[in-house]
Design a protein around this ligand. Structure first.
Ligand code: SF4
Length: 958
C-alpha cells in the first residue's frame, strides 16, 4: 500500500494499458457490491498481486447488469485517498473541539473508554446515549444495538432526506419508491418523473429509461431544473419548488371532472367507497364501522374490514367486506347517505371530489407557474394513457376475497418521485396527493404502473409501533419496542403524560407525530439545549453534522463545542466513526476509523433495505476484497464488540459469554424469529432453503460464489396486485415479511390522520397536543391531501426574497463523500449558483461573476452562472461540493474551500413558533424543509475578495 500511495504522487502512470501483461503476477477478480452511492450496483474488483487495479460493473448483477458510473469506477481512488482515517484518535486534553488536535490510541483503549462510559449510562439512564447514522446500509444492526442498549435515541438519515416520500406513500399505498418499489418501465407507455436528482436510483433507472425510450415510451420530467434525467426527457415541465402538491391536486381535479378515473379499481381496491361520518363529534371524519367488536376497533387504520359502503344496487348500507365486493354489489363513490341511527355519511371519494373541486388548473398555474393549458393536457394524457391505452396480461390471480381474475389489468402510466417533492415542510401532504393521483388511475402494482418490491407492500399502517411509554426505558434493559415505527393514533406517540417528547430529536411527539425515520437534524440543538433532557454520549456514524448534513451549519458547529455553566461540553462526549477525515471528525472526542466498502462485510438485508426486484425478493452483500488499511475496523464489528462487552442480551449467551465473534459471524447465526435472519439465501443446514430456514455457517461463501446476490423469482401469479393478491399475502406472512395476511386497501382518505386531528380539536378523549401545536396538528393532519405553502413562507417577505433556492447531488459525487477522491475532484472541484438569465439580470449580476446570495437567515458569497435550464424563479447548486478549508485532507486553499460554497448557511433549522422556536420541518413527519428557503441575489461590491464567504476552516478559524 505504501508503494501504491508513493506511486500515486509520482509521474509514473498507475496503469499503462499498452504495457505487456505482467505474466508473473497473480491476477484476481472478486465480486462485491458498490457503495460509492446508495444504489448498490454489482461490481467486479480487479486485483494484481492483491492490489487494486480497477473496478468495473458486474454483468451478472440483476440491478446494473454490468453498467458502472463514474463514481463506481472511481472507488479505487477512495481506497487510496489521503483522507483515510487509519487509527483511533482521542482529543487531546485541554484542546478545543473543532481544532482536530488528537492523539492516536489503540483499539483496546478506545473500546475500553467507550465500554466503561456506555456501561455506566446503561446502568443508570440508557436514554443518555444516542446513536445517529448517516447514509449507511445497516439499520437492521444499528437499530438492534440501540434497542438492546435500551435507548430510544436512535435514527438514520431518513428524517433529513426523504421520509416524506416514504411515509406519505406508505400511509397511502403501503409502499414507496426506490428500495420499496418503482416505475414498471418495461410496460409503461408514459413515464412522469417529479423532483428526482440525476443520481437517484442511478444505473438501474438509466438502463430502464434507455429501454423505455427505445420502445417509444414518452418521458415527461417535472422539475425546477433541467439537468440529468430532465435533460433527456421528451418534455421538461418547469415547476416552482414546493408547489408539486398544487399540481397533483389540479391533475386530480381534471381527472375526476372528466371521468378519467379507474372506478372499478377504486371500488374494489381502495377505501374510496367507504362511508365517512359527517356529523360533528368524536366520530367526525372517521369511517363509519360495524359496531361488532370482533370486527376490529374503530379509528384504527390497521383494521379495514369493519367499514361500511352504500350499495347502489340494493340501495342499502352493507359491510365493505365481504358484502361490498360481492358480485352484483355496486359500491357508491358519490352521494350522501344516513346510517340506521341517522348518522350522516358520505363515500370518501365524494369528499375527495369536493376537496379538489376548487383546485382548477388556473388555481394551480398561479402557484406552480405551469400554464393551466399544460396542466389540462397532462391530465388528459395521464387519464387517456392509463384507461384507453390499457391492456391485459394473460396472468391469472386471485384476490383477497377469493375472486379469480383471469388476467392482470395493466395501467401503463408510471411515476417516479423523490427528494425534490419530499424535502419541503408541505411534503407529506404533497406525497399523499401523488399517491392518491396514482391510485385513481389504478396504477398501483399494476403492469406499466408503480410496482412494489418485497417485503412491500406493508399494512397501512405498518405493524411497527415505536416505543411509546417512559416505562419502557429502564436501566440495563432492552426497549421492548423498536426505537422507530409507524404510529397509527395518538396513543402510539412517544410522549410523556404532559406531552413532553421522550426522544432527544422529538420524533413521534406532537411536533412530528409520524416521524418514521426520526429527526437527526434536530439532535445537536436539542441536546445542547437539554430539550427534553441532556445526553451524555452522542455517537455519530458516517454523518457529517458539522457540515452539509445540517441546516444552519455555522451555529451547529458552535453548538458542538458549546459548554454549560459548569465548563463541561453541553454534549459531554462525542464519538465519530467514519472512514474519512470529514468536517465532523474534527469535533470528536473519540474517533473510530471505519473501513471502506471494499474492506468489509455488509448486508443489504430484507430486514432493512434489500435490493428486491419487481418479480421477487433479492438481497446482496459486500465481502472484503482487500484487507483493511492500517488499524481500520468495520463499524459493524465495533458494534458487535461493544454489544458483547456490554453483555446486551441478543449478543450474549445464557452463561454470560459473547455469542458472536464478529459481524460476519453475527449475520449468519442471528435470527429475529425462527428461521429468519439477515440473509435470505442459502439457509438451512445444507444451504438449500431460501427466505426461511435454519442458520447456515456457509452462507457467506454461497453469496461470494453467486456474485454476492440472492434473487428468488416468484411465480407470475405473485408479480402484481400484491396489496390484494391472496397467494402473495399468504406467502409474505409465511416468510415473516408481514404479521398478518390482511388485504392492503389504498387510503384515498386517511382515518389515521383524522385521529390526530380529532385529538387536536379536542373531540376525542385521551391524549391532546399542547395548546401551541393544536392548530398546526388540526391543519396538517387532514385526511385528504391538500396544498399549503411551505411553513417558512409565513416568515419571509417574498418581495424582498423573490427566488427559491435548492440543491441537488451531481451525478459524479454522492453527498460529501467524494471530495477526497482524486478522479472525481477533476469533474467537480467547486460549485456555482445557477440562475436564470432573467433573475441574474434583474439583480444586476452577470454570468461568471461573484455575487451574494442572501436569505433572511444568512448570506453566502458564491460564483454565479446563468442558465436557461432552470425555472426563472429558482436558483440552484450542487450539494456539498464546498468544503471547510483543510477538511478531507484537501490542500489548504483548495478549490472546494475557496470557490466552492455550501448553501446550508442560508437555511434555518428553526422557525418562530407561538411558544418558542419549532423545527423547520414538516409538521407531520419532521422531514427537514431543505428546499423551502427564499433568497435574493446581490452583486458584490467593487474590490471584494473573490473567495466564498463564510469561509470556514476544518481545524479552527485562522
Ligand atoms: S450508481 Fe455508480 S456509484 Fe452508485 S452503486 Fe451504482 S456504480 Fe456505484
Amino acid at each position: 500500500m505504501r508503494h501504491a500511495v508513493f506511486r500515486l504522487f509520482s509521474r509514473e502512470p498507475l496503469h499503462d494499458p499498452t504495457a505487456a501483461p505482467d505474466a508473473g503476477a497473480r491476477h484476481e477478480v472478486k465480486t462485491t457490491t458498490c457503495y460509492m452511492c446508495a444504489c448498490r450496483c454489482g461490481i467486479r474488483v480487479h486485483l494484481r498481486d492483491g492490489e487494486l487495479r480497477y473496478i468495473d460493473g458486474n454483468p451478472n448483477h440483476p440491478l446494473n447488469k454490468g453498467v458502472i458510473c463514474a463514481k463506481g469506477s472511481a472507488g479505487i481512488m477512495k481506497q487510496r485517498s489521503p483522507a483515510r482515517l487509519t487509527q483511533p484518535l482521542l482529543r487531546k486534553a485541554g484542546s478545543e473541539r473543532g481544532a482536530g488536535d488528537f492523539e492516536p490510541i489503540s483499539w483496546d483503549r478506545a473500546l475500553e473508554i467507550l465500554t466503561t462510559r456506555l456501561a455506566k449510562i446503561r446502568a443508570s439512564d440508557p436514554k443518555q446515549f444516542a446513536l445517529f447514522t448517516g447514509r449507511d446500509q445497516m439499520q437492521a444492526l444499528t437499530s438492534l444495538f440501540a434497542r438492546q442498549f435500551g435507548t430510544p435515541n436512535y435514527a438514520a438519515h431518513g428524517g433529513f432526506c426523504s421520509v416524506n416520500m416514504a411515509a406519505g406513500m406508505i400511509y397511502t399505498i403501503g409502499g414507496s419508491f426506490w428500495e420499496f418499489g418503482g416505475p414498471d418501465l418495461a410496460r409503461a407507455k408514459l413515464f412522469v418523473m417529479v423532483g428526482t436528482a440525476e443520481d437517484h436510483h442511478s444505473n438501474p433507472l438509466k438502463i430502464a429509461i434507455a429501454d423505455f425510450k427505445r420502445r417509444g415510451g414518452r418521458f415527461v420530467s417535472i422539475n425546477p431544473v433541467r439537468t440529468g434525467y430532465s435533460a433527456i426527457a421528451d418534455e421538461w415541465i418547469a415547476i416552482r419548488p414546493g408547489t408539486d402538491g398544487a399540481l397533483f391536486l389540479a391533475l386530480l381535479h381534471e381527472l375526476i371532472a372528466n371521468g378519467l378515473v379507474d372506478r372499478a379499481f377504486l371500488k374494489r381496491f381502495t377505501n374510496a367507497p367507504q362511508l365517512v361520518v359527517l356529523d360533528a363529534g368524536e366520530r367526525e371524519g372517521m369511517f363509519a364501522h360495524d359496531p361488532d367488536p370482533a370486527k376490529g376497533p374503530p379509528g384504527d387504520g390497521r383494521h379495514p374490514h369493519n367499514k361500511l359502503v352504500f350499495d347502489g344496487a340494493s340501495q342499502t348500507i352493507v359491510a365493505a367486506y365481504p358484502e361490498g365486493v360481492a358480485e352484483g354489489v355496486d359500491a357508491a363513490l358519490e352521494g350522501r347517505y344516513a346510517l340506521a341511527d341517522g348518522t350522516r355519511v358520505a363515500p370518501a371519494f365524494a369528499l375527495l371530489r369536493e376537496r379538489v373541486a376548487g383546485c382548477t388548473p388556473e388555481w394551480a398555474e398561479t402557484i406552480t407557474g405551469i400554464p393551466a393549458a399544460r396542466i389540462r393536457a397532462l391530465a388528459r394524457e395521464l387519464g387517456e394513457t392509463a384507461l384507453h391505452e390499457a391492456f391485459e396480461l394473460p396472468i391469472a390471480w386471485t384476490d383477497a376475497w377469493g375472486k379469480r381474475h383471469p388476467t392482470t389489468q395493466a395501467r401503463p402510466v408510471a411515476f417516479h418521485a423523490m427528494r425534490g417533492v419530499a424535502a419541503h415542510s408541505n411534503g407529506f401532504q404533497t406525497v399523499r396527493a401523488l399517491a392518491v393521483l396514482m391510485s385513481v388511475l389504478g396504477t398501483i402494482d399494476a403492469p406499466g404502473g408503480f410496482r412494489h418490491k418485497a417485503p412491500y407492500p406493508r399494512h397501512i399502517v405498518p405493524n411497527f409501533r415505536a416505543f411509546n411509554s417512559p416505562d419502557m426505558i429502564r436501566p440495563d434493559t432492552p426497549l421492548n419496542a423498536a426505537p422507530l415505527g409507524f404510529p397509527a393514533n395518538p396513543d402510539e406517540l412517544a410522549i410523556e403524560d404532559d406531552g413532553t417528547p421522550m426522544r432527544i430529536d422529538h420524533a413521534f411527539s406532537w411536533q412530528a407525530p409520524l416521524s418514521a425515520h426520526g429527526l437527526m437534524h434536530t439532535v445537536v440543538r436539542n441536546a445542547t439545549r437539554g430539550d427534553p433532557y441532556r445526553l451524555d454520549t452522542l455517537l455519530l456514524f458516517m454523518a457529517n453534522m458539522a457540515w452539509n448534513s445540517t441546516m444552519n451549519t455555522v451555529e451547529v458547529r458552535e453548538m458542538l463545542n458549546r459548554r454549560s455553566a459548569d465548563g463541561e461540553h453541553a454534549i459531554p462526549f462525542l464519538v465519530v466513526c467514519d472512514a474519512f477525515r470529514s468536517e465532523t471528525v474534527e469535533f470528536a472526542d473519540l474517533v473510530l476509523p471505519d473501513t471502506t466498502y471494499l474492506e468489509r462485510h455488509d448486508v443489504m438485508s430484507i430486514l432493512d433495505r434489500p435490493i428486491s426486484e419487481f418479480d421477487g425478493p433479492a438481497d446482496s452483500v459486500r465481502v472484503p476484497v482487500v484487507p483493511p488499511l492500517g488499524e481500520c475496523r468495520p463499524f459493524q464489528d465495533v458494534l458487535v464488540e461493544l454489544a458483547s462487552r456490554l453483555k446486551l442480551p441478543a449478543f450474549t449467551t445464557a452463561a454470560g459469554e459473547r455469542k458472536f465473534s464478529d459481524y460476519a459471524d453475527f449475520v449468519v447465526r442471528y435470527e429475529t424469529a425462527p428461521g429468519i435472519g439477515f440473509l435470505m439465501g442459502w439457509r438451512g443446514e445444507n444451504g438449500d432453503e431460501h427466505l426461511r430456514g435454519a442458520p447456515n455457517p456457509d452462507q457467506w461463501r454461497k453469496y461470494a460464489d453467486n456474485d454476492c446476490v440472492f434473487h428468488l423469482r416468484l411465480p407470475e401469479s405473485m408479480h402484481y396486485m400484491r396489496n390484494w393478491n391472496r397467494e402473495y399475502l399468504d406467502f409474505a406472512k409465511e416468510k415473516g415479511w408481514r404479521q398478518k395476511n390482511d388485504v392492503v386497501q389504498l387510503c384515498i382518505y386517511s382515518d389515521t390522520l383524522q385521529t390526530f386531528r380529532l385529538a387536536a380539536e379536542g373531540k376525542t378523549p385521551g391524549r391532546r397536543p399542547p395548546p401551541h401545536l393544536r392548530e398546526r396538528i388540526a391543519t396538517h393532519f387532514d385526511p385528504l391531501p391538500f396544498w399549503s405553502p411551505p411553513l417558512e413562507d409565513a416568515f419571509v417577505d417574498r418581495a424582498r426574497y423573490p427566488l427559491a433556492a435548492i440543491t441537488q447531488r451531481p451525478m459524479a459525487m454522492y453527498h460529501s463523500w467524494d471530495s477526497q477522491n482524486a478522479w472525481l475532484r477533476q469533474i467537480h472541484s467547486h460549485n456555482y449558483l445557477f440562475a436564470h438569465p432573467s433573475a441574474a439580470a434583474a439583480a444586476g449580476v452577470v454570468d461568471g461573476a461573484w455575487c451574494w446570495v442572501e436569505s433572511r437567515w444568512g448570506r453566502v458569497r458564491c460564483l454565479l452562472r446563468t442558465s436557461e435550464a432552470v425555472e426563472p424563479g429558482t436558483v440552484w447548486t450542487w450539494n456539498a461540493i464546498g468544503k471547510a478549508d483543510g477538511a478531507w485532507q484537501l490542500a489548504p486553499g483548495a478549490d472546494e474551500a475557496r470557490k466552492g460554497f455550501l448553501l446550508n448557511h442560508l437555511i434555518t433549522d428553526e422557525l418562530p413558533g407561538d411558544a418558542g422556536p419549532v423545527s423547520n420541518s414538516d409538521p407531520v413527519t419532521g422531514q427537514a424543509g431543505w428546499y423551502d428557503v427564499r433568497v435574493r441575489l446581490v452583486p458584490c461590491a467593487a474590490g471584494e475578495a473573490e473567495t466564498t464567504s463564510p469561509r470556514l476552516f476544518a481545524r479552527g478559524e485562522r
